[in-house]
Design a binder for this molecule. Sequence first.
Ligand SMILES: NC(=O)c1ccc[n+]([C@@H]2O[C@H](COP(=O)([O-])OP(=O)(O)OC[C@H]3O[C@@H](n4cnc5c(N)ncnc54)[C@H](OP(=O)(O)O)[C@@H]3O)[C@@H](O)[C@H]2O)c1
Length: 292
Amino acid sequence: MTQTHVTLNNGVKMPALGLGVFQSAPEETTGAVVTALQTGYRLIDTAAAYFNEREVGEGIRRSGIDRSEIFVETKLWMSDYGYDEALHGFEKSVRKLGVDQVDLLLLHQPLASDFGKTIAAYQAIETLLTDGRVRAIGVSNQTPAELDELISRTGVVPAVNQIQVHPYYTQPQWRAANDRHGILTQCWSPIGGAYVYRDFKKNPLEDSVITAIADKYSKTPAQVILRWHLEHGFSAIPKSVKAHRIAENFDVFDFALTTGEIAEIDALDTGVRGGPDPDSLNLASHGFVIPE
Ligand SMILES: NC(=O)c1ccc[n+]([C@@H]2O[C@H](COP(=O)([O-])OP(=O)(O)OC[C@H]3O[C@@H](n4cnc5c(N)ncnc54)[C@H](OP(=O)(O)O)[C@@H]3O)[C@@H](O)[C@H]2O)c1
């Protein structure tokens, strides 16, 4: 059976499978977090820019699970990049979450138009790591070239690069860059949400290769895809606000895919990302302010 945990490059253990809460409406988020934690999830992925950190914190407290057993991950938004700004952004997040320490703190996006600010924000989260305010730090949506530059200009290799990965967008070059640096690939839109939200004609959950494997194991397409992530050694953070799907997405530890099946799913890659090129986001287009 695939490990239920992954070990980050600084030795911190993280659950491989977690709940994502992007586009979970605030009024649905607390319930989703409580359901997930009571189902067995121990990793929650949120972000300042999801505007639901307060509700995530409330879900953690209401779950009855001890805080020490839960791996809380959040992300700083680009409008809080710069050294002092990032420290302030972190304080906003912990205040909303109601926690003293964050288990994993990421920079949500590279600010390609002003990478110096991205570097300064990363240096700030290095300070938070040194001070014990966070247990691990990382990035999201960073290209191989951006990773090289960040690593050459800072002191701590990111523990994680959270990127879009699902069977229709498998990102082999970005994953290889992460591997080269010993960075864990954490997969967003793991079951293809970025395709579904944007009304692509193709949905990996309906792919005949996936549905045939699902039939073979009496599993659902989402479970097969999530199993594929685990077989690759990724972390994956599927989002749902529906109790039955939250449970379904976690019921993936009682079967395994063959090497051939993993290769069949790998071969579904289209090379087409759902959503914009991360490097196209800038403060003019996405510089909204994160409230206190
Ligand atoms: N770093 C980044 O830039 C970035 C970007 C996007 C996402 N993320 C993170 O990654 C997480 C997941 O990504 P995502 O939300 O884009 O996509 P996803 O998890 O691949 O898909 C979510 C969508 O699938 C539905 N769904 C969930 N479980 C299902 C199942 N078993 N069967 C059928 N449909 C199912 C959900 O609807 P219901 O809720 O109605 O069930 C939702 O519409 C986010 O929540 C966030 O934490 C990060």
